[in-house]
Design a protein around this ligand. Structure first.
Ligand SMILES: [Mn+2]
Length: 349
């Protein structure tokens, strides 16, 4: 059955064929064409990078020409992933980053290319076939093919189901390790909601194909650089709590990065760690990024308390329990006050 969903700007109804039909159509496109570009969201997480690299290795296995471009750096704990050296990080992105001889652009873990604003026009103008594989809500009407399951734990889970349709696929370590890391990270190591039997069955398959879960867990979670741990310590020493500890905010300033010789990607995992504090329903990490004149805000929450609503209110986005937004040319404390005020509506709705 076709899935009918309203596009994000509410102007168009998107009619997306059912999952199985979409998946078959997309595999045919992947097999048929030759020159591919893979894209994902900025500040990529394990699901974004793992899914893109798994797809990269699959396409290389099919002897395709593939590039994978990112607009922002890769978190340090993902640098071990197979294929990380193939990613092109674009420092000053322009619309020229989209080559004009592409056959297909595949966008993973992202359904709204306005989040890639520097290259949005380039993507829209490109005559390449556009495919979106994602598990976020409200896809924008920009692609030719969609593979979307908003109930899926991760893009990695969806991509596994897609690639499985190709009976000739060889499940190489490069593909399975990346898929496993995508699913492991987006489920918070199999703890978050949506970690259902299906997720465990997929992961069981991946382990049968040769994934070493202990090794991958150690690589992703037990490799915090000592300087990042010191930065986290500074953040914890400054932790602010509101509304009976239902909300906690960790502010990190430019000076803290200098003092500890760290970068923004060293804050990976900070905001999630705050949810393990007793009574916390929502956690916020605020980063002062002077290079971009930006305050970057990451939000996590539990249960029905929506991190996404808070982020959306300030022009950001994400999932119900994991979201983010950015402020430019803004005062740190004023932004914090706005977040505290708005969070109140969500925590006491
Ligand atoms: Mn994801």
């Amino acid at each position: 059955m076709d899935v009918i969903t309203r596009s994000k700007d509410n102007t168009k109804l998107l009619i997306i064929p059912d999952f199985e039909t979409s998946a078959k159509n997309i595999i045919n496109v992947l097999k048929k064409y030759n020159k591919f570009l893979i894209l994902t969201h900025s500040n990529p997480d394990g699901d974004a990078i793992g899914s893109c690299l798994a797809l990269y290795h699959y396409l290389k296995q099919k002897n395709k020409i593939v590039s994978f471009k990112l607009l922002t750096p890769i978190p340090t704990n993902l640098h071990f992933l197979n294929g990380i050296d193939k990613i092109e990080i674009i420092n000053n992105p322009t619309n020229d980053e989209i080559p004009n001889d592409l056959d297909v652009i595949v966008i993973l873990d992202l359904n709204d290319i306005s989040r890639l604003k520097e290259i949005q026009a380039g993507i829209e103008k490109s005559s390449a076939i556009k495919i979106i594989v994602d598990h976020h809500q409200e896809p924008k009407n920009i692609a030719d093919y969609y593979l979307i399951d908003t109930t899926a734990s991760s893009t990695g889970e969806i991509l596994y189901k897609l690639l499985k349709i190709d009976e000739t696929i060889v499940w190489t370590p490069a593909i399975i390790d990346n898929l496993y890391v995508a699913i492991m990270t987006d489920t918070g190591n199999f703890r978050f909601e949506r970690t259902d039997g299906e997720v465990h069955r997929i992961v069981a398959d991946l382990i049968d194909y040769g994934v070493d879960p202990v090794k991958l867990y150690n690589e992703v979670y037990n490799k915090i650089p000592i300087n990042a741990a010191r930065l986290m310590g500074i953040g914890y020493s400054r932790l602010e709590s509101y509304y009976d500890n239902k909300l906690v905010i960790m502010p990190i300033y430019h000076k803290d990065f200098i003092d500890t010789n760290t970068k923004e990607e060293d804050t990976e995992g900070f905001v999630e760690s705050l949810l393990s504090i007793d009574g916390v329903l929502m956690s916020i990490l605020m980063l002062e990024i002077v290079e971009r004149n930006e305050i970057r805000v990451s939000i996590r929450s539990k249960g029905e308390y929506s991190a996404r609503s808070l982020a959306l209110h300030f022009g950001g986005g994400g999932h119900i329990n994991a979201a983010g937004c950015r402020f430019h040319n803004s005062d740190f404390n004023q932004v914090k006050q706005k977040l505290i005020e708005k969070a109140k509506n969500i925590l006491f709705q």
